[in-house]
Design a protein around this ligand. Structure first.
Ligand code: RP5
Length: 166
């Protein structure tokens, strides 16, 4: 039986993170990967976070992309309660440009892994691409789409710079 449940969960600590995390969603859309995006805050909705993390696998998720800013505990806390792969995206904060977010996510203690990406849009896009690479291990069609996406990106790079806005 074909499983129609979205394989990727995109979670974020706040509505304000969506502007960044939408880049992960857009990338998954481009690759034809379904996802569900939710607001799950480690601090403001801790019970929701626990319920999500403990139930994520039963919900059919295979990869979790978790974005948060500032005291960004969400990716690590979720990773502590699920054995699914968790990719953490540090959202760029206003006060410290996202360095606080990065440090909050990246330095996990041994035993609880979070694959930490770059701050901001690049991290969100690459989290989606990493999720795609994980899913493509067992999905030949997706593997082809992923390769096509990369070839198209390469083909879109001009040989010479221009004064015209792209
Ligand atoms: C974190 O606090 C969120 O991930 C967000 O990046 C940051 C600020 O949240 P808001 O005050 O904008 O809701 O929990």
């Amino acid at each position: 039986m074909h499983d129609e449940r979205p394989p990727v969960a995109i979670i974020m600590g706040s509505q304000s993170d969506w502007e960044t995390m939408k880049n992960a969603a857009d990338t998954l859309d481009a690759l034809g990967i379904s996802y569900e995006a939710r607001i799950v805050s480690a601090h403001r909705t801790p019970d929701r976070m626990v319920a999500f993390a403990k139930g994520a696998r039963d919900e059919g998720f295979q990869v979790v992309i978790a974005g948060a800013g500032g005291a960004a505990h969400l990716p690590g806390m979720v990773a502590s309660m699920t054995s699914l792969p968790v990719f953490g995206v540090p959202v760029q904060s206003k006060t410290m440009s996202g360095l606080d977010s990065l440090y909050s996510i990246v330095q996990m203690p041994a035993g609880i892994p979070v694959g930490t990406l770059a701050i901001g849009r690049a991290g969100a896009v690459n989290a989606a691409l990493l999720a795609a690479r994980v899913l493509a291990l067992h999905d030949e069609d997706l593997f082809e789409r992923l390769e096509d996406w990369t070839f198209a990106q390469t083909a879109a790079v001009a040989d010479y710079p221009t004064d015209e806005a792209p």
